[in-house]
Design a protein around this ligand. Structure first.
Ligand code: MLT
Length: 310
């Protein structure tokens, strides 16, 4: 029997699979860093989502750890290099929430174009200000997709149904493959200069942190709108707030932030933004898939069996 420490909320079905296999499942959400160091000391497996930072000291404190399971897409909150050096396997559920992330992107796109949260708040206050919330149509607009991977491609499919013109930046995709998706590949500067709305679908890495900063924003088409439901830190929030204040960027819809929650972000409080608390993967369907997939992966790792790409 292994001890499985779960530090974030994952689907009950996933927890059940682990206990049905005879393992001790210990759910400890809301731990601070010291609490995590103490809780992980006797764990054989650690299951997390995006909030738990599995840094080198966490891995060093985990004397029996065999596997870290990330119930979601990225691995940017896990020090994979240190884990590998220490012989700790790192697994994730990369397909589990791609549809939910794409759908949340479309929700943000529409909310931003039509000022839905601002209008909703106004009606709730007892106001009736129809002219204050004139929006723009998506139809006929150019959508720039930065990152045409699994989620970017699903966003392209859905935006196509709205009659948007699709362009993308992705150095790993061929022109031919993009063409089959109805997308024209451009370099990043061209994409920023021609897009009415840009949506980001990139992993967080040394190459992508700060990618959308002051220099790139200066090249953007005036009045551009920006959506990010991928990872915080890819947009330089101070530069974005400044570009919004100048009117160069008309607005932004963000689900992810450099620091979560974004207590000190200059973006919070601006009238032109739509903000959600990292909800891209927060649907019943995605959480069920992520929880079950990660439980299955962790069970294989604990049994010392081959763990296939999920
Ligand atoms: C993901 O990367 O799949 C999500 O960010 C996971 C989460 O919602 O915690």
């Amino acid at each position: 029997m292994a001890r499985v420490l779960v530090t974030e909320t994952i689907a009950e079905e996933g927890l059940q699979l682990l206990s049905d296999a005879g393992h001790e499942v210990v759910v400890r959400t809301g731990l601070d860093h010291d609490g995590l160091l103490e809780a992980v000391a006797d764990a054989d497996a650690l299951i997390i989502r995006s909030a738990t930072k599995v840094t080198a000291d966490v891995l060093e404190a985990a004397h029996h750890l065999v596997v870290v399971g990330r119930a979601g897409i990225g691995l940017d909150n896990v020090d994979v290099e240190t884990a590998t050096k220490r012989g700790v396997m790192v697994v994730n559920a990369p397909q589990s929430n791609i549809v939910s992330a794409a759908e949340h992107t479309l929700a943000l796109l529409l909310a931003l174009a039509r000022h839905v949260p601002q209008a909703h708040a106004s009606v709730q206050r007892g106001e009736w200000r129809r002219s204050a919330f004139q929006g723009v149509e998506l139809y006929g607009k150019t959508l720039g997709i930065i990152g045409l991977g699994r989620i970017g491609a699903l966003v392209a499919q859905r935006a196509n149904a709205f009659g948007m013109r699709l362009v993308a930046y992705d150095p790993y995709i061929s022109q031919e493959r993009a063409r089959k998706m109805g997308v024209t590949l451009l370099d990043l500067d061209e994409l920023m200069a021609t897009s009415d709305i840009v949506t980001i679908h990139l992993p967080k890495s040394k190459e992508t942190v700060g990618l959308v900063g002051a220099a790139l924003l200066a090249k953007a088409k005036p009045g551009i709108r920006i959506v990010n439901a991928s990872r915080g830190g890819i947009i330089d929030e101070a530069a974005l707030a400044e570009a919004i204040a100048r009117g160069h960027v008309a607005g932004a819809a963000l689900d992810v932030f450099a620091e979560e929650p974004p207590t000190n972000s200059p973006i919070v409080g601006l009238d032109q933004v739509v903000l959600t608390p990292h909800l891209g993967a927060s649907t019943a369907e995605a959480q069920s898939k992520a929880g079950v997939t990660i439980a299955e992966q962790v069970l294989l790792a604990l049994a010392n069996e081959f763990v296939p790409f999920a």
